[in-house]
Design a protein around this ligand. Structure first.
Ligand SMILES: Cc1cc2nc3c(=O)[nH]c(=O)nc-3n(C[C@H](O)[C@H](O)[C@H](O)COP(=O)(O)OP(=O)(O)OC[C@H]3O[C@@H](n4cnc5c(N)ncnc54)[C@H](O)[C@@H]3O)c2cc1C
Length: 387
């Protein structure tokens, strides 16, 4: 089956979806509300499952060049600098760390010219038995399929899933930044009530994030950098220096929300994908990775099933259990990692894990989430031959 799709949103999920559709010979138009393309935000990591999905999209090499292998899962430290686990030369480094804009660019550059339209906010969607239509800037665009990759506060989800509750604030907040500090190894540092993640990224930069608890969403500070420096300024080197080296206006503050588990990701000719379907706590570094997986599974289903209805049924059946289990696990990890009460016990427990066992757990096949294998998409061009 081939066809024409509208993808709502040009974040990592939307671009991955468009690229997956391109790989199977579909046409797609990506409508993005923002005036300019690019990812705001700081950095991120991608795990072996998402890297395999990127390979299936044909951009493995581009992603490898845009990313930097990070030791973040090997170097586990306490806030005073003690190593609870320490990476050694030759240890597995299954995570690649990116500036978000770099991963976004990898996907964008692989798309045919003219597939993405900016300044194109979708305001309404509707469908009948033969097509789905989106309204955007007073014009209507019809297609065989609408892929809603419009993020946490998805317009399409609000309209087509009117009974779905609003995203849930998880009681956590994060500060993020990028600083020009070359040569830092990746690490995760556990403190009472929060943790700091550091990844090296390209061009001699480092990405950092501090995640902690918050009573309510929306609390903002006049000087966000000073606020975060006040909270982790006495943690081990290089954390204070890293925050200090981050330009004031480059410190980002985000509250953490989760989309509550939906009973279905599909309605007729519409499919939710990425954060629109399953925005999750960031503590497993999986949100964007799951959206890339979604894209590959959706395209494989469209290429392999006789009708859109069958394909979306398969997509929903394959993606909902996995993404919702990942979201559940991430929320649990986030609670544990930011619990002041559990901090001391967790530090003791992590220090007691034998190094060999820890290394096994951080190998590319070390956990069920990372072990995921993508379905194979038809080789480029082959999809075009089917009609
Ligand atoms: C602190 C933090 C750290 C994270 N770290 C990681 C990590 O290390 N690894 C990882 O894989 N994930 C990570 N994530 C999760 C990741 O950021 C998200 O899961 C991912 O960005 C979701 O991509 P998306 O394309 O689904 O949605 P988004 O990135 O939200 O993109 C949605 C797009 O749709 C557009 N849009 C919205 N409404 C409309 C409309 N009506 N019409 C047209 N366009 C519209 C928006 O402008 C936007 O461009 C992290 C998240 C947080 C908060």
């Amino acid at each position: 089956m081939t066809g024409r799709a509208v993808v709502v949103g040009a974040g990592i999920g939307g671009l991955a979806a468009a690229l997956a559709l391109h790989r199977i010979g579909w046409q797609a138009l990506v409508l993005e509300r923002a005036a300019e393309l690019g990812e705001i935000g700081a950095g991120m990591s991608q795990a072996p499952n998402a890297l395999r999905a990127l390979a299936e999209l044909g951009v493995a090499e581009q992603a490898r060049v845009a990313g930097v292998p990070t030791d973040a899962s090997g170097n586990l430290r306490a806030w005073d600098g003690r190593y609870l686990q320490r990476a050694r030369p030759g240890d597995p480094r299954p995570l690649l760390a990116f500036h978000r804009a770099d991963l976004h660019r990898v996907l964008l550059e692989a798309l045919p010219a003219g597939w993405v339209r900016t300044d194109a906010g979708v305001t309404e969607v509707r469908q009948d038995a033969t097509s789905a239509t989106v309204s955007c800037d007073g014009t209507q665009v019809s297609a065989d399929l609408v892929v809603a990759a419009d993020g946490l506060h998805s317009t399409v989800r609000r309209q087509m899933w009117p009974d779905a509750p609003l995203p849930r604030f998880l009681g956590r907040t994060a500060w993020l930044g990028i600083a020009e500090v070359p040569g830092l190894p990746g690490s995760v540092t556990l403190g009472p009530g929060g943790y700091v993640l550091i990844h090296p990224i390209t061009r001699g930069r480092a990405y950092w994030a501090y995640v902690t608890t918050a009573d309510a969403p929306g609390v903002r500070y006049e000087r966000e950098k000073a606020e975060v420096a006040g909270r982790i300024g006495d943690w081990h080197d290089p954390i204070p220096a890293l925050v200090e080296a981050t330009p004031n206006d480059a410190v980002i503050h985000i509250d953490i929300h989760q989309v509550r588990a939906l009973p279905t990701y599909v309605r007729g000719r519409m499919a939710l994908l990425g954060d629109a379907a399953h925005a999750m706590s960031p503590d497993r570094g999986q949100g964007a990775g799951q959206s890339i997986e979604d894209a590959v599974v959706l395209a494989a289903a469209l290429a392999g099933e006789p009708t859109i209805e069958d394909a979306l049924g398969r997509y929903d059946a394959e993606r909902r259990p996995r993404t919702q289990a990942t979201a559940h696990g991430a929320a649990k990890d986030g609670r544990r990692l930011t619990s002041e009460a559990a901090h001391r016990a967790m530090v003791t427990m992590l220090r007691l894990v034998p190094a060999a066992l820890w290394r096994k757990g951080i190998a590319a096949d070390g956990n069920a989430t990372w072990r995921w294998q993508p379905p194979h998409l038809p080789a480029p061009g082959r999809g075009l031959l089917r009609s």
